[in-house]
Design a protein around this ligand. Structure first.
Ligand code: PLP
Length: 426
């Protein structure tokens, strides 16, 4: 059976296949750059594991208190080597990205300190961590104030707004690399470095934290190489490589990481406790696979952007934009198209392909939400996934794809589904 016949088995018409191939022929230079970055990052990951002296015994894991867990120590050394930081905290006890960010902030701020966001409005879930939306246990409840430097009209970080928002009490400056659900560009490591240099010119002693979620491995440098004191992310996104079943990380200076460890476990215990149970093989192997998995997701995002540009939809970022995270927004203007897109993505999944996503209410959202996620790890967004609120302008956020062929199939299925409903013409 030919590959074309296999696609036909998935219901993908010759026309959709042909359009896909035409689009792809224009993306070879872009894909080549993505592959070269992945090659560089793969070498760096292997180097980091070798330098951390990862051995077969590192994969065993511990139970109970988790004292002397050489695997855990090797994993944290691996992250520290890769990110070029003094230390790292990489734990299954960190439940998600929001938890990792909350931990980094709560452990490195004290009552009376101020937190300053240099990249405008932070990711939605941080609003409750900070107390922008009143919430139990927020930083605000502990007497930690928040200030925000809004972005410039073109979406870049505004040095003037940062200078105006900085006070003698500013203790942490936060920069978010990915754009989350906002329509602003993601920030390159270079731009982040320039902002950090500016912040230090005002206040050399301030701590800079980067929300690195969705950004890891998308470039050949990380924010910790351009002056960030700590970078924070989730293992069910890029650095987990699709294999990590749970976890989060904080990589940075000894001081920042020790503060976080003493808050995660307990003062006096710090990094010394925390059983890894049986999941070290997945955490190591996931990190090993992460550069190529991230590259696959990037290719999927570029392919989706180019495909939906061709079909006349607004996409963000554009297919030709430089990318510093793995997310892709597509605006459909009509709810039924948004839903049909997600149903197409779902139908390409290895898991739950027989499920038809329907819009529904979600805690924390003021409109119905539709999601496609046929993932091995529940909620993993390095795996092929899409979601969006059912409200104007009906924008769907698409990301992930552990392998490029799967991402390609997902995009083709989404187009086919729109075509089958006569929502688009080819
Ligand atoms: C996903 C994400 C978070 C939160 O991570 P969760 O694992 O969903 O809690 C924070 N910031 C950014 C930029 C993200 O993309």
């Amino acid at each position: 059976m030919s590959t074309a016949e296999r696609y036909a088995e998935f219901g993908i018409s010759e026309k959709v296949q042909k359009t896909g191939e035409e689009i792809l022929s224009g993306l070879s230079a872009c894909f080549d750059t993505i592959d070269r970055n992945a090659e560089d990052n793969q070498l760096r990951v292997i180097r980091a594991m070798q330098d951390a002296h990862v051995g077969e015994a590192s994969l065993l894991g511990t139970t109970g208190y988790g004292y002397d867990d050489i695997g855990r120590e090797g994993l944290e050394k691996t992250y520290a080597h890769y990110f070029r930081t003094e230390d790292a905290l990489v734990r299954p006890q960190i439940t998600c990205g929001t938890h990792a960010l909350a931990l980094a902030l709560m452990s490195n701020l004290r009552p009376g300190d101020e937190l300053l966001s240099a990249s405008g409005r932070p990711y939605d879930t941080l609003e409750e961590v900070i107390g922008i939306r009143p919430s139990r246990g927020s930083l605000a409840e502990y007497g930690i104030a928040y200030r925000q430097a809004d972005l410039s009209p073109d979406g870049s970080m505004s040095f003037e707004n940062i200078r105006n928002a900085m006070t003698p009490k500013t203790k942490i400056v936060e920069i978010q690399r990915s754009r989350g659900y906002l329509s602003r560009p993601s920030f390159s490591v270079k731009e982040i470095g320039e902002t950090i240099a500016f912040v230090r010119s005002l206040r050399p002693d301030v701590t800079v934290m980067v929300d690195n979620c969705y950004g890891e491995f998308t470039e050949t440098a990380e924010p910790s190489e351009v002056g960030a004191d700590m970078i924070v992310g989730s293992l069910i996104k890029n650095p987990g490589g699709g294999l990590a079943p749970t976890g989060g990380y904080i990589a940075g200076t000894k001081e920042c990481v020790e503060n976080a460890a003493c808050r995660l476990t307990s003062p006096g215990l710090g990094k010394e406790v925390g059983a890894t149970l049986g999941i070290l093989p997945q955490l190591f192997e996931g990190f090993f696979l992460a550069p190529v998995a991230t590259a696959s997701a990037l290719k999927g995002a570029v392919f989706a952007a180019a495909m939906y540009e061709r079909l006349g939809f607004e996409v963000f970022p554009a297919s030709t934009s430089e990318r510093h995270d793995i997310t892709q927004a597509i605006t459909f203007r009509l709810p039924e198209l948004e839903v049909a897109f997600c149903q197409g993505i779902q139908s390409a999944s290895p898991v739950d392909s027989f499920v038809t996503p329907q819009p529904d209410d979600m805690p924390g959202y003021d409109s119905k939400v539709v999601m496609a996620a046929g993932a091995f790890v529940s909620g993993s967004t390095l795996e092929l996934s899409a979601d969006g609120p059912l409200r104007e302008p009906y924008t769907v956020y698409f990301q992930g794809g552990l392998t490029w062929p799967h991402a390609k199939l997902g995009v083709l299925k989404s187009v086919q589904n729109l075509l089958d409903h006569a929502y688009i013409k080819l």
